[in-house]
Design a protein around this ligand. Sequence first.
Ligand code: DQA
Length: 145
Amino acid sequence: MRILVLNGPNLNLLGRREPDVYGHVSLKGLATDMMLAKPEGVEISFKQSNHEGEIIDALHDAYDYEGVILNAGAYTHTSIAIRDAISAIAAPVVEVHISNVHAREVFRHESKLAGVCLGVITGFGLNSYTLAMHALIEHWRNRHD
Ligand code: DQA
């Protein structure tokens, strides 16, 4: 089972960026945590980009993966192009956020992506990603048992 963890703009600064909101752990630390948490048989790859087109290319490259965990950062709230890329691929996509976007500014309450995702996990810090991984594994198992 292949899962892509795809992080969008400004998430390269994780650990240094607004640590009161996003915590002190870096993207590398997130990758280490996820590699430790993943069950056997699950292959996880990681990508981060600050560029909308590169995020779209990465989604296309994961066309037939068993899952994508996507934190599109601020593009969540603006990007029809990323929404269309999610709709275009066969892989189920889980939208994740580190912070609880609904407890923040009003402009973060709307997601252009959520309606074409398998589900949304928001507000659990970096655990949002591992929760999404388990959700994708369950989803895959339910379809293959
Ligand atoms: C975020 C929330 C977004 O609103 C914000 O633009 C981010 C990070 C989160 O993980 O909490 O860049 O996606």
